[in-house]
Ligand binder design. Sequence first.
Ligand SMILES: [Ca+2]
Ligand SMILES: [Ca+2]
Ligand SMILES: [Ca+2]
Ligand SMILES: [Ca+2]
Length: 403
Amino acid sequence: MNFKTLALSSALIPLSGLAAWADCTPALVSGADITCTGTTTTGLRDDTADGVSITVTAGAALSHATKHTIELDDDATVTNAGTISSGEKDAIHTDKRLSVLNTGTITGADEAIQADDDLVVENYGQILGADEGIEGGADSTIYNEGTITGVDDAIQVSTGAYIENHGVIANVYGGGDDPQDGIDIDDGTIWNTGTISSTYDAAIDFDANVADDTAPAEAAGDAFAASYISNTGVIAGKQGIITDHRANSEQVIENYGLISGWDGVALDLYGGDDSVYLGTGSHIVGASYFGSGDDYLIFDIGGAIETTDLFDGGDDFDTVLFQDYLFADITSFVWEGDVLELIFSGGFTTYLANWESYVFVRDDVVETYSNAAFLTAVPLPAPLLMLGSALGAFGLLRRRRKA
Ligand SMILES: [Ca+2]
Ligand SMILES: [Ca+2]
Ligand SMILES: [Ca+2]
Ligand SMILES: [Ca+2]
């Protein structure tokens, strides 16, 4: 080795060593409160370290070429205003009770963020996964005002999830054979004023509580807990909101925005007693299937709803309620097979199948009708309804059996 080479290598070794570590201080041990500035390419990795707090400052970049960039055990806190990325694995990978506050960019070649139960993410920046954007376990909480994307699910969480979205949560799958959802969830609460979408699968997908994912569809699993969705924004995908066809859980959906499925299904709620409230501003693109269970559909739309698609109550005793309409406001109705087209004065039109009870509410007046009311061109006076109902239901049953 000549002098020139020796000088070069001895100068480079300590410099590269310093560059790798000096930008994140102090050293990584359990309980450490670490701040990263500048560029660090060796990540912060100790999968036995608990209670570590990491702050990545604006302009700083923390990465690893081949491994999880941040890999820790429980109770980690990550505050990111810079960039956290991995060349081949997850950007952030921990066990339970990870807490992330992101105003920067978190990019994973696999997941952007993968953690277990009690994950908390507050996002105002970009969280981008080449597989999933965020994967969390039970009782995870995600608040989003930024962008969360995944080529697989943008967000995958299990039971007891709370997701509040004012930004974009999107599956951005662009080809291949495993399209996935905007949000994949077992049960929980979703508040949306932003956009939740999927390019080739459901915007929101509820899983079934089956131990073996290969159990055939239509084989009932135990129900997860009831879930609640409030939407004033956009929920759009190949389907809007669907449940696995083994999922007998209850979904309660309150909508004032767009729920859309380009493949023709806006809602597929399957088993359980599901409820859908459509308030003013509702726009439903695609049919809605309520499945088995005693389901409810409430139109409270202030005189207009933008949909010409079917609402199908499915099996069991289902109720559709029209707020601010009375039966006398129906100007015409017609059956096309099992589908009842109702046209109200003012033009509101809806298409209904497999509903057993029709309730009309205006001020203090509540009217309840069965399908019998729609078997004659002239609405029956109320005292005859009960008899008509029994006969009508029998007639419908016979018609169906013949069909
Ligand atoms: Ca359901
Ligand atoms: Ca149902
Ligand atoms: Ca039903
Ligand atoms: Ca029914």
